[in-house]
Design a binder for this molecule. Sequence first.
Ligand code: SF4
Ligand code: SF4
Length: 395
Amino acid sequence: MNVQPDLEFIKSLKLAGGDTLKKCYQCATCSVACPLSTDDKPFPRKEMIWSQWGMKENLVADPDVFLCHACGDCTEMCPRGAKPGEVLGAIRSYAYTFYGWPSGLAKLATSAKNLPVLIGIPSIIILVLWFLSGAMHVPSVEHFASHGYQQFFGTWDFRWYAKNIFFIVLFMVPAAGLAVFSVFMGITKMWKEMTKRAGIKSAFRPSIVQFFQMFLWPTLVETMQHNRFRECTVNTDRVKGHLPLVLAFIGLFIVTCWSLLKNDVLGLFWTSLHGPLPLIDPFKILANVSAIALLYGIWILWSNRKDLEAKGRATPTFYDWFLIWEILAVGVTGVGAELLRWAGLPIFGYIVYFMHLVAVMMLFLYMPYTKFAHIVYRTTAMCFEKYRESGFAKQ
Ligand code: SF4
Ligand code: SF4
């Protein structure tokens, strides 16, 4: 076997937190320690040697890399301090850029040096739209008390569709659309690569219904129950932070869907539905509870990450911190904007609300290239794991 190491790939892994990968001497303790590793498909020992040899093609098409949930059990047990859990995290970070579309935007989201551009893109888009809307001014205290942020982009006489919603849809929907398309391109390419590498040539394919019933639904149930997370032994705090975060995103997703339905569909017929939700509205309560869960979850993950770095069990990387900062920014600005509305402070309220819009747009726009992407790539890998063991792949 003639190995041609991809030196650039090795360098990027070292920069993304895999700086210890050359320490590995292949004892396989990590594969024994990993609670997810199986007898017939062990990991992460093989990923360590592939990383040392720069075998990029093997690693980006390896479902085990995405199945790892970064518990750190292997890192704790490694006699050489090679931090295999961190190396797998670096490979995932590389894979999100590798599969990301468009590649320019994917590369931009990999470095802290690009933060001014990453924040600048949504800020300029929203500022230009705010200017074009003709509503670029701070409202009076009375107006702010009665309308909140519902007329941030102004108002018009066209009763079928509120101006504020029109402008928010104008930048949020393309950002979310780009993220969905990018993710679709990424997981399609990833599935093809994994199928090719696993040598699956079956002519029998599951229908969409079969795929959902046999692979996707069991994966979603398993994810919601956090079963694999609970198998972790050294870093149990992560599940305490990860679970409220997942539930918070589901809660906020439900509220966003309801808001779209209420304003963009039902609001066309009953214009009284436009306007801020009262505090006792069930969806408002769900939004507030989700925001608190989001802040609580991210605080746990923040403390956990800091603790691991202080003990030398994790390497600080932009890849890990960018998502934490982004989620924190969404939570703090969201709750802050609401508190400032209650306090009746329109100037600060509008500034914080603007920052909230920027933070949410950043979350959508860069989702396919940051750690957030593991929601879809990990789900795809878990589905593939079930698929490769099924009759479809073994035919
Ligand atoms: S990463 Fe550590 S535990 Fe795993 S094979 Fe290498 S030296 Fe052994
Ligand atoms: S970090 Fe945890 S899940 Fe990932 S390879 Fe190591 S032991 Fe396994």
